[in-house]
Ligand binder design. Structure first.
Ligand code: DGL
Length: 269
């Protein structure tokens, strides 16, 4: 008997536009799937907020997507993944995939010297979620975290190269001791947008959590028989909590795909 096609969309949320780097990879690895993307543009940034607040926001975002009938939830935001994945997995009866575990697995697999540097927002680094995830796989890996809080506003501004980004990156990345057999985990949705700058300054291999997460989503859908059969063009729907016009302009740069169906929503908090 042919397998049934599961038409329900995959839900992806982030604090804003950055999670589109994850959506781009999900579209590449799962080109037949319908996707609903939710960007909490009214409350970004999450990376400077307390764990309690990030957890509350994440729960509200996930509840919104679950109310739309999604078959799996991707928490594209590193800060939300670092803080609230356990809660979301307890509360919602669908697969919930974060970006930390896939990134951690890839880092352990690729770090020949067993040295991993993680860069991310302050809340992600302070949570030590990457360190825990990496050590759970291999206790002997040395993990160091570096918060790079100015990267997000620079990238949101569209400054992806040039003097200011280079100077900022040099300042943040200079404490990372160069080790060509170690790796750097890009532990923030936005950082793949400046991966060239980071790679040039450090000379180290980079782990892009977005790619690893998309692979994980594909393998979970396969295991659970949740694929949508490719055929009809998949539908992409976007929801934001503020400034849809700005989201479209920056978002199309992140996604490298037109953003057409977008609505502004207000969450029942
Ligand atoms: N999406 C956030 C992350 O990946 C970065 C932006 C923010 O601070 O909200 O950690």
């Amino acid at each position: 008997m042919p397998e049934l096609s599961d038409e329900r969309p995959i839900g992806i949320f982030d604090s804003g536009v950055g999670g589109l780097t994850v959506m781009k990879e999900v579209m590449r690895y799962l080109p037949g799937e319908n996707i609903i993307y939710f960007g909490d543009t009214a409350r970004i940034p999450y990376g400077v907020r307390s764990a309690e607040t990030v957890e509350r926001y994440s729960f509200e975002n996930a509840s919104f997507l679950v109310s739309k009938g999604i078959k799996a939830l991707v928490v594209a935001c590193n800060t939300s993944s670092a803080i609230s994945l356990d809660l979301l997995r307890r509360e919602f009866p669908i697969p919930v995939i974060g970006v930390v575990e896939p990134g951690a697995r890839a880092a352990v697999a690729k770090a020949g010297s067993k040295k991993v540097a993680v860069i991310g927002t302050e809340t992600t680094i302070n949570s030590r979620a990457y360190e825990r995830a990496i050590k759970a796989i291999d206790q002997s890996v040395e993990v160091t975290g570096f918060a790079c809080p100015l990267f997000v506003p620079l990238i949101e501004e569209g400054w992806l190269d040039g003097e200011i980004v280079n100077l900022t990156a040099r300042k943040y990345l200079s404490p990372i001791s160069p080790d060509r057999t170690g790796v750097i985990v890009l532990g923030c949705t936005h950082y793949p947008m400046i991966s060239n700058v980071i790679a040039k300054i450090t000379g180290m291999p980079l782990i892009d959590s977005a790619v690893e997460t998309a692979r994980e989503v594909r393998s979970i859908l396969a295991d659970k028989g949740l694929f949508r059969h490719e055929g009809n063009t998949p539908e992409m729907q976007f929801y934001v909590t503020d400034f849809p016009e700005k989201f479209v302009i920056t978002g199309e740069k992140f996604l490298k795909h037109p953003i057409e169906r977008i609505s502004k929503v207000r969450l029942a908090g």
